[in-house]
Design a protein around this ligand. Structure first.
Ligand code: F6R
Length: 612
């Protein structure tokens, strides 16, 4: 969840590292730092608590001039986000400088051992222990590469690291275990990073490291090894997105850009996967495992956060349209509660980043238990995508805003495609219905666009409610997870307390909270649940709650029950979680903007959660 950048080449490294850190800031943003090797082979460091931009004012351009350097933007897990705990860290002799993502679990044991050898420490961090451990081996082996290798062979935990050595200034060493790391190969230069976003403006040619591997990077070449000293040959890959996809363009925030992109991203999810004349879906990534899927005794969706909400949509779809028992699990609970997993279970892990640690570990547990594991993942080549038996990429493109938006709707789109594929094969969805769904899908992006075109209408309602202390979001059926997601979005970026509930559950507790200060958002599509929702609305109205409804464009009946109405075009019920998500994303976005929140980088959150 932190970001790493390293540069070695013919250019001045400072600006390249700084620009890279700015691009990675969405992964962590409570402190940042850069180390550069100067012409006298000293390693000079600048590091500060706060955003990457704040670091710039502390740059001493003379000290930080050099062609080799490393940088880090941090999301604190252990230790305060202050100047001292910011990376890079030195060993006590300042020979080794390191930036590190992850957690060294046995750092206290290693620290005690080093203290007995006379090493001293100036921080409480695990990373400083690793710097000193490398130096400990450097003293005896006089080889940077061997020292890193020996140190890492003693480490338990996760790491993505980039390391400099004052005495061997012609290289950067990077290594990974459970934390992504890659390097881009340019003309006489190499840019290392934990994320392709920091590399793409320099080159699209990249090599991804695997767990247990390290790379020795020089300006004119590189060598990849395992930390057990075996040589590795790895193909050069192409970064799969373009620079403009990770730039804000004319939008004020990435989140707003990503909300508005959804008519396109949704098409990227289904493009080439559906025959619009027949409604037949073909998902190449599932081709080899489709028999397992069609014959699954049970399907389990495992995920965290927003992806977990998509999982609930998946469960409802699979049970309703395919008749296969389905469950949805929080990855963090699933992995620790000894779940019963059978060999004929199919387990879908859903993850935008493909890196969430709990989801990854739940996947590994499922694999060990012999179930078929399938991924619904956005990041191409991410660790979850690589470890599942098979899967579907959602093709949402890079999602930079910390609050997930377009990934959610593309996850749901993927789940709809999977449902159609199973339903066709297992004859639980008729050919006529498949055709009708496909025809409806064709018009979906345009309907999404209609909502987006009216986005400024949300500003008024955001102004009305920007000072609310609490919000309740209620929906039924496929729109219950949309209610959960709407509440999560609001909490994340505006810091207003919000809860999502199945509408009828309101009577079992939350109704006690309703008074004239409580805004309640009802998702009220004109489907089989409509009358029930109206009854729930009346219950809230009687208690003077403020009613905000999400309703079909031609639903006039809703007017008398609503204080505010967010209109959405009519869609096939399957697509209602997609279409209904957009107004709720806008509502939370504009409320947060009206409160002057840092929408793209909300406090305490990080885009990728690689800790437990
Ligand atoms: C919410 C959000 C998080 C993520 C969760 C899982 O806006 O972004 O709740 O959905 O951390 O992340 P992935 O999908 O990357 O596994």
């Amino acid at each position: 969840m932190c970001g790493i950048v390293g540069y070695i080449g013919k250019r001045n490294s400072l600006q390249i590292i700084y620009d890279g850190l700015i691009r990675l800031e969405y992964r962590g943003y409570d402190s940042a730092g850069i180390a550069v090797i100067d012409k006298d082979c000293n390693i000079n460091v600048v590091k500060k608590a706060g955003k990457v931009k704040e670091l710039e004012s502390y740059f001493d351009k003379d000290l930080l001039e050099g062609n080799t350097g490393i940088g880090h933007t941090r999301w604190a897990t252990h230790g305060d986000p202050n100047d001292i705990n910011a990376h890079p860290h030195f060993d006590m002799t300042k020979n080794i400088s390191i930036v590190h993502n992850g957690i060294i679990e046995n750092y206290l044991t290693l620290k005690t051992k080093l203290q007995q050898e006379g090493f001293t420490f100036s921080t409480e961090t695990d990373t400083e222990v690793l710097a000193n451990l490398i130096q400990y081996y450097y003293i005896s082996k006089q080889s940077f590469e061997i020292a890193v290798r020996l140190a890492l062979s003693e480490v338990e935990g996760t790491y993505g690291i980039a390391v400099l050595c004052r005495d061997e200034p012609d290289k950067i060493i990077i290594a990974r275990m459970g934390s992504p790391l890659m390097f881009g190969i340019g003309q006489d230069e190499i840019i290392a990073s934990s994320d392709a976003a920091a590399i793409i403006s320099h080159t699209k040619n990249v090599i991804y490291l695997e767990d247990g591997e390290m790379a020795i990077l020089r300006k004119d070449g590189f060598q990849i090894k395992t930390i057990n000293d075996e040589d590795i040959h790895r193909e050069i890959m192409k970064i799969e997105f373009d620079l403009e996809e990770i730039e804000k363009g004319d939008f004020e925030h990435f989140m707003l850009k990503e909300i508005c992109e959804q008519p396109d991203t949704i098409q990227n999810t289904y493009r080439g996967r559906i025959n619009f004349d027949t409604g037949v879906v073909k998902l190449g990534g599932l081709e080899n495992v489709k028999e397992k899927l069609f014959n699954a005794k049970r399907i389990i969706f495992v995920a965290c956060g927003t992806a977990w909400h998509a999982g609930i949509v998946g469960k409802y779809l699979i049970e309703q349209y395919c008749g296969i028992p389905a469950e949805v699990e929080y990855a963090s609970e699933f992995r620790y509660r000894n779940p019963v997993i059978n060999k004929d279970d199919v387990i879908f892990v859903i993850s935008q980043s493909g890196e969430t640690l709990d989801t990854l570990e739940a996947l590994r547990l499922s694999k060990k238990s012999g179930a078929t594991t399938l991924g619904i993942v956005n990041r191409v080549g991410s660790v979850i995508a690589r470890e599942v038996d098979a899967g579907v990429y959602i093709h949402a493109g890079p999602e930079i805003g910390v609050a997930s938006t377009k990934a959610f709707t593309c996850q749901i789109m993927s789940l709809i495609l999977i449902t159609m594929m199973i339903g066709k094969n297992n004859k639980t969805i008729s050919d006529k219905d498949l055709k009708e769904i496909a025809a409806e899908l064709k018009g979906l992006p345009e309907k999404m666009r209609q909502i987006i075109d009216k986005k400024n209408d949300y500003k008024f309602i955001a102004e009305e409610f920007k000072n609310a202390k609490n919000f309740l979001y209620l929906g039924r059926g496929l729109n219950f997870p949309v209610a959960l997601e709407g509440a999560l979005k609001l909490k994340e970026i505006s810091y207003i307390h919000a809860e999502g509930y199945p509408a009828a559950e309101m009577k079992h507790g939350p109704i006690a909270l309703i008074d004239e200060n409580m805004p309640v958002v009802f998702i009220a599509p004109k489907d089989s649940t409509y009358q029930k929702i109206i009854s729930n609305i009346i219950e809230v109205k009687t208690r003077k709650g403020k009613i905000i409804t999400l309703a079909s464009e031609d639903d006039k009946d809703i007017n008398e029950y609503s204080d505010y109405i967010l209109r959405v075009p009519d869609v096939h019920p399957l697509f209602s979680p997609i279409i209904n998500s957009i107004p709720l994303q806008f509502l939370s976005y504009y409320i947060a903007a009206a409160r002057n929140s840092n929408v793209d980088q909300p406090r305490n959150l990080a885009k990728v959660v690689t800790v437990e």
